[in-house]
Design a protein around this ligand. Structure first.
Ligand code: NAG
Ligand code: NAG
Ligand code: NAG
Ligand code: NAG
Length: 227
C-alpha cells in the first residue's frame, strides 16, 4: 500500500466524519495540527491550588525548524498561534490557560514549550477538556485545528466563582479546518485510538477499504503531505 494513498483515505474519512481526532503515541498526544502535547496525559487530575505543567513539543519531534514556531515565521509549514483553554460543558466554564504569543515565543531554542498553569481554587471540581486551538500553515495551506482531551479538576475547598481568565463558553462543536491527521504520522504503522463515531475503526486498512476509490480525487491535496 502506498503511504500517500493511505494518507489520502484518512483525509477522506476525516472529511466525512468531521471528527477532530488526536492520536496517542508513546504517551505523546499528536494533535491534528503541528503541536504534539507531552503533558499532562489524558485523564490527568489537576489539583486546585497547585500548578499543572503543560508541555508541548513544537518541533514535530525534531522535524520542524525552531523558527517555524515563532508567529510571523516565513516558513511554509509554521505555527501562527497556539492557545490553550480549560473547558467544561459540565461546569459551564471556559478558562484561559494560555493565550497570546507568550507560549510560543518563550524558551527560544527549546523544542518543548512548558507552561505552568496555576489551577485556581475558584475552579469547581469536575470533568474538563484541556483544549488546544492551533492556527498554522502546513505547506502554505492554512489550518485551524482544535484538540480537546479530558482532564479532571480536583478541588476540596472551592472559593468564590472565578473572575479572572474566564471566557464565554461557545457551543459544541466549533468550526475548524484541520489537516486530516497529524502531519507527523503517516497513518500506516501507528496504532490509533478508535474514532468516537459511527465510522468505527480508523485503522488504515479499514479506511482504505472504503475510501481508496474516492481518495484518488484528493491527489491534488498531496502537496500537503510531502513534508
Ligand atoms: C469534552 O469534549 C467532548 C468532545 O470532544 C465533549 O463531548 C465533552 O462533553 C466535553 N467534556 C466536558 C466536560 O465538557
Ligand atoms: C498560584 O496562585 C496562588 C494563589 O493565587 C499564588 O499564591 C501562587 O503564587 C501562584 N503560583 C504561581 C506559580 O503562579
Ligand atoms: C489572570 O489569568 C491569567 C490567565 O490565566 C493569568 O496569566 C494572570 O496571572 C491572572 N491574573 C491574576 C491577577 O490572577
Ligand atoms: C474559549 O474561549 C476562547 C477565548 O474567547 C475561545 O477562543 C474559544 O473558542 C472558547 N472555547 C469554547 C469551547 O468556548
Amino acid at each position: 500500500m502506498h503511504p500517500t494513498l493511505v494518507f489520502s483515505a484518512a483525509l477522506l474519512a476525516s472529511l466525512l466524519s468531521a471528527v477532530r481526532a488526536q492520536t496517542l503515541v508513546n504517551g505523546q498526544i499528536f494533535t491534528n495540527g503541528l503541536a504534539i502535547v507531552d503533558a499532562p496525559a489524558p485523564n490527568s487530575p489537576m489539583h486546585a491550588g497547585s500548578v499543572t505543567q503543560v508541555a508541548i513539543d513544537i518541533s514535530g519531534d525534531g522535524k520542524l525548524d525552531q523558527s517555524a514556531s515563532i508567529p510571523g515565521s516565513d516558513k511554509s509549514t509554521r505555527f501562527d498561534s497556539l492557545e490553550i483553554y480549560l473547558v467544561s460543558y459540565q461546569t459551564k466554564l471556559n478558562l484561559t490557560v494560555s493565550s497570546g504569543p507568550g507560549l510560543l515565543t518563550q524558551e527560544q531554542g527549546s523544542t518543548v514549550k512548558h507552561w505552568d498553569y496555576n489551577v485556581s481554587t475558584c475552579i469547581p471540581a469536575g470533568s474538563y477538556n484541556l483544549t488546544f486551538y492551533e492556527a498554522s500553515h502546513i505547506n502554505d495551506q492554512p489550518c485551524f485545528s482544535i484538540t480537546a482531551y479530558p482532564v479532571t479538576v480536583m478541588n476540596d475547598h472551592p472559593t468564590d466563582a472565578c473572575s479572572n481568565g474566564t471566557n464565554p463558553l461557545q457551543s459544541f462543536p466549533q468550526l475548524s479546518s484541520p489537516p486530516p491527521h497529524s502531519p507527523w504520522l503517516d497513518g500506516t504503522s501507528i496504532a490509533t485510538q478508535p474514532l468516537p463515531t459511527a465510522t468505527g475503526s480508523n485503522s488504515a486498512n479499514a479506511v482504505v477499504a472504503t475510501g481508496a476509490p474516492i481518495a484518488l480525487a484528493f491527489l491534488g491535496l498531496l502537496s500537503l503531505l510531502s513534508l
